[in-house]
Design a protein around this ligand. Structure first.
Ligand code: CP3
Length: 349
């Protein structure tokens, strides 16, 4: 059990997640350590490949710190990947250059039976905890350290298909053919995620975020069973172990299901993708608590007057409630690093 402060937090991100409305919203960016930065590409080349970078604590900490040095973001996000947990459970994982992730496939209960138990994940993931420890020593005192994991559904979509898919078809097929068997996979991932995030918090993560990038492909009872409930279970378990630990949920493209999601899951912050209108979310989602988002990532490529006007519109739309400025999804490799500075200037003045 960590010591949780009973006094009001001082870091801007923690204040926003505690519900404070700030005149200038704190800001960070999804994928802020990434290929749009020349210093990232240099360190990645030094590591050899992407997975070697994820499992090298010194170099993973270095790339996490690069955007903090360059831009002074209010938060740093641990450098790792949501698919490492699948590998820690015994699946094979590799990144085909220029093609994205590849995994061995689990399409039925036999595949599930071959996976390791949830508490076995620490063996593989120990270097990630070391990255967190280095970062909690080296980050500037005003910068919040965010740990993360993929939400069970999103990680399952890769473990079942063996790769990223447009419609998450293979995971839907497993779910529809054997709902009970698929639920067992989700339960294993839920338990493993509780283990993984608990260890990140113990190592020094001050906030954790759950990425459910493919939540938008779940409808009705499927959304409840495979997006909402696993998120609620993970948050309840983390808060039982670490009272006061703030959690950000990101059920990407949940549309109208963003309404009430934070209340139903116990999330302190809700990350909004850029398909959501900021004025709509300010009215229907933000009354429940802190929202994060939601500038479209393409502005980091296109820049210009629209980048500035869109940034200011989002700041204004969310100005009456707690808000953390972010993009609606990760910054892309073709982004211009100067546009990030322009965005920060538009937010901070
Ligand atoms: O936000 C951050 O900077 C923290 C680190 C982070 C990465 N991936 C590093 C990464 C985080 C939080 C993720 C999350 C992640 N990974 C998600 C959920 C968020 C989202 O984008 O929807 C998903 C679906 C993955 C799986 C994944 N990893 C894919 C599909 C890819 C290939 C796509 C791509 O951009 O090439 C990755 C690789 C990856 N993860 C990169 C980075 C910086 C690029 C790898 C490289 O350097 O070549």
């Amino acid at each position: 059990m960590t010591e949780t402060t009973q006094t009001a937090p001082t870091k801007t991100i923690l204040r926003a997640l505690a519900g404070e409305v700030q005149a200038v919203p704190p800001v960070w960016m999804m994928r802020q350590a990434g290929r749009y930065l020349p210093e990232y590409r240099a360190t990645r080349a030094q590591a050899g490949d992407f997975l070697s970078l994820c499992y090298n604590p010194e170099l993973a900490a270095e790339v996490t710190l690069q955007p903090i040095r360059r831009y002074g973001f209010d938060a740093a996000i641990l450098f790792a990947d949501i698919l490492l947990i699948g590998q820690a459970l015994g699946a094979k994982l590799w990144f085909a250059e220029g093609e994205g992730p590849r995994m061995s496939v689990i399409t039925d209960r036999a595949g599930l039976a071959a996976l390791k138990p949830a508490d076995a994940v620490h063996e593989t993931l120990a270097p990630v905890y070391e990255t967190v420890r280095i970062l909690s020593r080296e980050l500037p005192r005003e910068t919040t350290l965010i740990g993360f994991a993929g939400a069970p559904w999103t990680v399952a979509t890769y473990m079942v298909a063996g790769r990223g898919t447009k419609d998450q078809g293979p995971a839907h097929a497993f779910k529809d053919a054997d709902r009970e068997g698929f639920s067992q996979l989700i339960d294993r991932l839920t338990e493993a995620t509780i283990e993984y995030l608990s260890a990140q918090i113990a190592a020094g993560a001050e906030v954790v975020k759950l990425f459910d990038s493919w939540a938008g492909s779940l409808k009705g009872a499927d959304f409840d069973d495979f997006a909402l409930k696993p998120t609620a279970t993970i948050i309840a378990a983390l808060k039982a172990r670490y009272p006061g630990i703030p959690v950000i949920a990101f059920p990407r493209e949940a549309r109208e299901r963003y309404i009430g999601f934070a209340r139903a899951t116990g999330a302190d912050g809700l990350a909004l993708d850029n398909s959501v209108d900021a004025e709509w979310a300010a009215e229907y989602v933000q009354p429940d608590g802190c929202v994060q988002g939601n500038l479209a990532p393409h502005h980091m490529v296109t820049g210009g007057a629209e980048l500035v006007s869109e940034t200011k519109r989002i700041v204004r739309a969310f100005s009456k409630g707690p808000h953390i400025f972010n993009l609606g999804h990760g910054i892309t490799p073709d982004a211009n690093p100067d546009n990030v500075s322009r965005m920060l200037e538009a937010i901070r003045g």
